[in-house]
Design a protein around this ligand. Structure first.
Ligand SMILES: *Cc1c(COP(=O)(O)O)cnc(C)c1O
Length: 393
């Protein structure tokens, strides 16, 4: 098994089998290596390992066999060369910036990215002389116009949250490369099951493993996937020094999350698609945002770029904020929480939670209406979910 070339296998098989190097105990399930350090056979071996002259574990801040198994498995699934795991999705994004940016650099980022990602660029990297411009995710010309001679990378999330707008990854990768920049894609919403950014020209993929990769809302974690060269030169040295390491216990949970990821994503997508079609027929629903619907502005792009349309649906109620709150408060099984990617269906009111700190003008510009509700469709029986919503509709 150790000699298997996992590149020859499909994603579903990699997700279950790859990454585990069986130990002398012949275990079937991968062990949690709960050890902070490793022992050397001699002073000479210690010296060789520390100086990188021979491979081998030194200290779990930068290598651990359980974490390594997760990294290898996710790299294969994303069709990337190397993966490094981090303590959270934000730690992974921080590592990309810390590794790649220096004072005087410039970044172009899509406006709708995860709130803390915006803050990393505006509150932290800005302090060290890195400037960021935010552009509309789907306005390809605006991305190109925002690029400057000192732009280091373009950063985006697709589909966006909560309006599920779809960016053309291939077109933006071509633009980035024509200007000597890298393209970084946060693939958290689609996971490698639905979307493979590297096949579309992306240079770096980041993940919050906290969402679909865990899938059952237990652990916080993240990952960066890139070429050997980018990982070796920019990301690994920062992980080793900066220390936002994933714990082996969390890696073990995420490994089992990956094992069921393909089958869960299919079920999430199927239910979300059905729910979106059903919501579109409800008289009190003014608009449904779901890329699987022909009414979605990037429906054709989503069909080309993704293998399915994802598990997130958002919709606007005719009755504005009061109606949205009433609908949310009338649910009995759906969880009122901003987390997503869980087997449990979750519901949130973006205008007063995730986007509540924006001014009304900025919120309007971002298209977040007061009647907007976002649902991360879980794996409960869909009729039960519809009934839970019907009470408030
Ligand atoms: C949650 C999330 C993050 C941050 O991940 P954490 O694991 O919570 O740190 C980044 N990007 C997206 C798209 C997310 O949904």
């Amino acid at each position: 098994m150790t000699d298997t070339n996992w590149n020859d296998y499909s994603l579903e098989t990699q997700a279950i089998r790859a990454g585990h190097r069986r130990t002398h105990e012949d275990e079937h399930s991968i062990p949690i290596f709960a050890t902070s350090s490793y022992v050397f056979k001699s002073a000479e071996e210690a010296s060789l390992r520390f100086t990188g002259k021979i491979a081998g574990n030194i200290y779990s801040r930068f290598t651990n066999p359980t974490v390594d198994a997760f990294q290898q498995r996710l790299a294969l699934m994303e069709k990337g060369e190397r993966c490094l795991a981090f303590a959270s999705g934000m730690a992974a994004i921080m590592a990309v910036g810390m590794g790649l940016l220096k004072a005087g650099d410039h970044v172009v980022c899509s406006r709708g990215v995860f709130g803390n990602t915006v803050m990393i660029f505006t509150n932290y990297f800005a302090k060290f002389g890195v400037e960021t411009d935010f552009v509309d995710l789907i306005d390809t010309a605006a991305w190109e116009a925002a690029i400057k001679p000192n732009t280091r990378f373009l950063f985006l999330e697709t589909p966006s949250n909560p309006l599920v707008e779809i960016a053309d990854i291939q077109a933006l990768a071509d633009i980035a490369h024509a200007h000597g920049c890298l393209l970084i894609v946060d693939n958290c919403f689609c996971t490698p099951v639905l979307q493979k950014p590297f096949e579309l020209g992306a240079d770096i993929v980041v993940h919050s493993a906290t969402k679909y990769i865990d899938g059952q809302g237990r652990c916080v974690g993240g990952a960066v996937i890139a070429s050997n060269e980018i990982i070796e030169q920019f990301i690994y040295p920062y992980l080793r020094t900066g220390g936002a390491t994933m714990s082996p216990f969390n890696a073990w949970v995420f490994l089992s999350g990956l094992e069921t990821l393909a089958i869960r994503m299919k079920a999430h997508c199927d239910s979300a698609f059905e729910l979106a079609k059903w919501l579109e027929q409800q008289p009190s629903v003014a608009k449904v945002h779901y890329a699987g619907l022909p009414s979605h502005a990037q429906h054709e792009l989503a069909k080309r770029q993704q293998s399915h349309f994802g598990g997130i649906v958002s919709f606007e109620l005719t009755g504005g904020k009061d109606h949205a709150w009433r609908l949310i408060d009338a649910t009995r099984i759906i969880s009122i929480t901003a987390n997503l990617g869980d087997v449990k269906t979750t519901i949130t009111h973006p205008a007063t939670t995730t986007h509540g700190r924006l001014t009304p003008e900025l919120r309007a510009k971002a298209g977040i209406k007061d009647g907007l509700v976002r649902i991360s469709v879980g794996l409960e029986n869909l009729e039960d979910i519809k009934n839970d919503l019907l009470r408030g509709l």
